[in-house]
Design a protein around this ligand. Sequence first.
Ligand SMILES: [Zn+2]
Length: 161
Amino acid sequence: MNMQVKIGIGYDIHRFVPGRKLVLGGVDVPHSKGLSGYSDADIIIHAVCDAILGALGEGDIGLHFPDTDPKYKDISSLKLLKKVQGMLEKKHFKVGNIDVMLLLEAPKIAFFKDRMRSNISKILKIAAAQVSINATTAEGIGEIGRGKAAAAYAVALISKK
Ligand SMILES: [Zn+2]
């Protein structure tokens, strides 16, 4: 079956730790702690990469960018997204839209959303209006609610060029 339109879902979660920058959607967001991880731990970009890879049927981010490979240590996740975009182009697909749902107790990200959307849309060669980012809290429930971690879901629609 040669599908012209495909959909994918991505999910990522990282723990908050002191002494790290908080990078979300390629933006340094001022906060008292950051997310731990091998790369810059950008959960938004990781979820978006996984959504696109899932739509392509190309496995996941851990398969393509293993955290055992020193070249991905502290790498900006935007560079990983660029590689995923390259895979998309190679298969003659383009992104229709991306929708991201961020789960975190703090900080508020409303002020940074437009920059995040712009970072993502530039790499995917689409308009910022095709990238949606929303955030919600966990209402104090569980690890995310206690501010111990942050998570992101993303869906991606891709279509044949
Ligand atoms: Zn991640």
